[in-house]
Ligand binder design. Structure first.
Ligand SMILES: C[S@@+](CC[C@H](N)C(=O)[O-])C[C@H]1O[C@@H](n2cnc3c(N)ncnc32)[C@H](O)[C@@H]1O
Length: 247
């Protein structure tokens, strides 16, 4: 396919992919790297996020929640994203955070949103795509990007829905460049009755690992943990890949 027919941002992302897809399949404004393969949602909540109704409800709900609860907001400048850099938003949902990352990297940079939900991606590409903001359909446990190909990764409110959390975290650590940061945010609660809360969430397919488990996985992947805490309603972990040693 003639790559000039692709959305600008997607065209800019192609060189970062591990393998250029053939054919390049653009669907509703995003690059679909999973094709027609049907995948079973990880639970009822993920099934909701893969539906039109769930997507329609999620976007205004997250905007309201982030206005009211500061801890739910993306880490912004703590990501240390360079102007002109490349940002990856894993499990981008409706693309609002990806668009913010696009503003942070500026016109010379690029922000890439990745998700498995066609309906979220349709909304993201329709509302948030820009010359420097593009969207891919791919799985967090098998990111299609090359090693050390991005300057920062966000994975916000996603891991609770992923079958293989360790694989997703390993992928975040793999694709970030030395000196780059990975920010993880997910639902969390460590107060009285935490086990009962986790068990109830589990019934809806929502896993609630604490910050220690997430931090331990990122450390095992060679990252340095900068911050790890659980303050209801969220777990926040920020980690940095050690800069390359040129000595
Ligand atoms: C609660 S939404 C969060 C969206 C966005 N990150 C935010 O903070 O507003 C969770 C998103 O993760 C996506 N997701 C779940 N499992 C995924 C996986 N294995 N790979 C990629 N995305 C996934 C869902 O489709 C959904 O869009």
């Amino acid at each position: 396919m003639d790559s000039t027919a692709l959305p600008d941002a997607v065209r800019r992302v192609l060189p970062l992919l591990t393998t250029e897809p053939a054919p390049v399949s653009i669907r509703d404004g995003y690059l679909d790297l999973l094709g027609t393969e049907e995948r079973r949602p990880s639970g009822p909540v993920q099934a909701l996020w893969e539906s039109r109704a769930g997507t329609a409800v999620y976007e205004p709900a997250q905007a309201f929640a982030r206005k009211v609860v500061a801890r739910l907001r993306p880490p912004a400048e703590r990501l240390h994203l360079p102007e002109g850099g490349t940002a990856l938003d894993v499990g981008c949902g409706p693309g609002t955070v990806t668009a913010e990352l696009g503003r942070d990297v500026g016109g010379e940079g690029v922000a890439i949103g990745v998700d498995v939900s066609r309906s979220m991606l349709r909304r993201a590409a329709g509302a948030c795509a820009a010359p420097n903001v593009g969207f891919l359909r791919a799985d967090a446990t098998e990111l299609p990007l090359g090693e050390a190909s991005v300057d920062a990764v966000t994975c916000l409110m996603v891991l609770q829905l992923v079958h293989d959390r360790q694989a997703a975290l390993a992928e975040c650590a793999r694709v970030v460049a030395p000196g780059g940061r990975v920010a993880v945010l997910q639902p969390g609660y460590a107060g009285p009755g935490a086990d009962a809360v986790a068990a109830a969430a589990g019934l809806a397919g929502v896993r609630m690992p604490g910050h220690r488990a997430i931090a331990a996985t990122l450390r095992a992947e060679g990252m340095t943990v900068v911050e790890a805490e659980t303050t209801a309603p969220v777990v926040r972990v920020l980690a940095e890949k050690p800069a390359a040693d040129h000595g």
